[in-house]
Each structure stands twice: as structure tokens, then as C-alpha cells.
Design a protein around this ligand. Sequence first.
Ligand code: HEM
Length: 386
Amino acid sequence: MTPIIESAIDQFVNRVEEHKKLDKEIDIYDLAQDLTMDTIAKSGFGFDSGAQTETERQVINAAKKSFQVQVSQFFLFISFLFPEFLWVINPFRLVAEMISDYLGQSSRGFLLKVSDQLIKQRREQKGDKQKDLLQMMIESEGTDILSNDKLSVSSDMNNDTVVDSNVRINKKTKMTDDEIAANSVLFFEAGYETTSTALGYLMHILINKPEIQEKCRQEVKQLLESEGRLDYNTVTKLKYMESVIYETLRIYPPITTFISRMPKTDYPYNGLTLPKGVDLRVPLYFLQKDPELWSEPEEFIPERFSDENKHLINPVVWQPFGTGPRNCIGMRFALLEMKLSMAKLLNQYAFIPSPNTELGDIQRDFKVISMTPKNGVFTKAVDISS
Ligand code: HEM
């Protein structure tokens, strides 16, 4: 999968180069959206969405639309506020989805159709098959994991923890085509806007804080000198850049109200009892800026996440990717994509403010579960390679 990501990132860098040659202002958030669409479509499903090349972009438009607030998402939002009334709200939500599907306005419906076609094509394909997510799902057979097995879980900040779990996966169960299609759309939606939004915020920080941008660049140059190349294996060594990414995700988490858990039994906590079955939602944005948990929470201080300091942070108070056995399965994919694209860009260009750059804080669109840059992220690229 990594050559696919690398070639998509090279295309992203080429697009920056095109803007630079014409001395044009760049909305780097817009380009990042095309990049993440391209990588998730190609590496997940061997499908060229044409996001970075074509002007006729039905798929990218459908995916973008699925993140805009639609009628059915309004009901979703209401269900977050009043979970005890789910039994009333859910039927309305389903009807809203069915109507928009019938009227051809449902972007999820469109993406499901695209997935269905891809699954059919893949099943009919003769000879060697791509080794991508789609193929893995088609060939998947549930593995038998016994109750109370120890599951190794990749947790926050690159520490691997081991937790007990009562997970039981059915023996030898193949996924149906409907399940594969539903999961494909989930990956598509989960991997596209989150990562491009994180890249957008990261660029906003780097444009606004030239000293941090320069420090990241020096780290990239040193890495290139010692390793001879910037690729999947080497960029994992960019420790300072990693701290900058973590701090960006603390201040601007792309997903704000999605992490939820439900106690299986009445659970005593801090003098309260969390009743069995209650819908608990993590207020991520506030958690990551809580002055009782973070010193100088409004300040951008990447050094909090340095190897020397990160043990001082309780892992559950930093959770842009969630936490525990159900945390984000795309975390490593997203971090790789972010590090590699930033390393390649910073090695070649300096990013400076342009007429539409927002200085200071960035304006955001608060959607049902996410928070995205409202007006794009504008910059100009200056070639520093020679
Ligand atoms: C910066 C990028 C990303 C952010 C901030 C992010 C954030 C999150 C969060 C907060 C959750 C909920 C976890 C929890 O409840 O503990 C989640 C779940 C999930 N993410 Fe991500 N994500 C990102 C990238 C990706 C990518 C690239 C993919 C796929 C390739 C992906 C696939 C998923 C899936 C499938 C789930 C649901 C997991 C489940 O239900 O158990 N995410 N993500």
C-alpha cells in the first residue's frame, strides 16, 4: 500500500509546484482533501477517484457532501442530545435517509452503489488481485478469538498497551457483500475528511508559526542527510514533527463528539453512579483544553509530547483518535500520510502567509461530529530547494 500513498503524495507536491510556478495563492486544505480522497480510494479499494487529476469529480463531490449537514444528520445530532428518545428519533432519521436516497440526493447511497460495483468487478476479476482493504474483506474469514483473550491494542502516543477484552469474533464467518460495501463506505468517510482536516490545521499552524515550520524543516533535512530518502520507513523517525502533529490534534481535534461508550453495569465514579446503558460522550474539544489537565492549554507547545515529557500526560486526556480497544483503526495510516506529505513539502518549500491567510486562530465549521476549517487554509509556496 505504501507505494500508492507515496505516489499520491508526489502528485500532491506537484500540484503545489504548479501553483508556485504561476505565483498563485494555494488553498492547501482543498488540495489535502483531494490527496486523502486519492489515497483512501486507491489503497483501500484499488480505485482511482481522479481526485487529484480529473475535473469531473462525482465521487469526491459525493464524499464531500456526506460530511455536510443533511436532514438525516440533523436527526443524528438530536439523537446525541436526547439518547433516551432514540426509539422516536431513529425512525424519522431512517425515513429522511430513504427519501433522500429515493430522490437521488443521498451521497451515502451513491457511495454504496460505487462500492457494490467495485465488489462485483473484483469478484469477476481473473488472475492476480490487488492486496488492498477491499480484497482483504472479500477474502476475510472471522478468526476465532476466545473470550478473555489478551488483545494487543495500539493506543495513544505510540505506546502499545495490552488490555483484557471479552471480544468474541464468530468462527469462519465470511462478510456478505452488503457488509463489505457498508464497511467500505465507512472507511471512505472516516479516512477522508479526518486526515485532510488534520493536515489543514497542521498547515495553518506552520504558516502562522514560521519558527516551528523551520524547526520541522531542519529535522527533515537532517533525516534526508542521514537516511538518503524520505519514505514510509524513514519519516517515522521525525520525532519533533510528530510532537507538532500531536499538539495540533490537541488544539484542533478534527472529530469532536464521536467518541462514546456505554457502561455494561452501574459504574461508580467520583461519588456518582453512571447507570448501566447510559450513553456517555467524550467532550473531546474541552477535555484537551481543560486547564485542570493541561498547563497553558491555549498555548501551542509541541514539547509537551517530546520523549522526555510525554510520560507526564495521562493518555486518556489526549484522545483525538479515541482510546482503548475501539480506538481509531486508521490512526497509523493517518499519521504516516501526514508525516510523509509534510516532510516532502517542507523539504522543498517554505509556506508563507498570502492575502487570504487567517492569522492567529482559525475559523471553524462545527458539524455534527467534526470541526473543519471554515474558509480553507491559504498560503503561498516559496521554493527553497536550490
Ligand atoms: C487524523 C485522522 C483521523 C482522526 C482524527 C480519527 C479519529 C477517530 C475517532 C475519534 C474515532 C472514534 C474512536 C473511539 O471511539 O475511541 C475513530 C474511529 C474510526 N476511524 Fe478514525 N480518525 C482518523 C483517520 C482515520 C482513517 C485514515 C481511517 C481509515 C483508513 C479511519 C477509520 C476509522 C474507523 C473505521 C473507525 C471506527 C472504529 C470502530 O467503530 O471501532 N480513521 N476515528
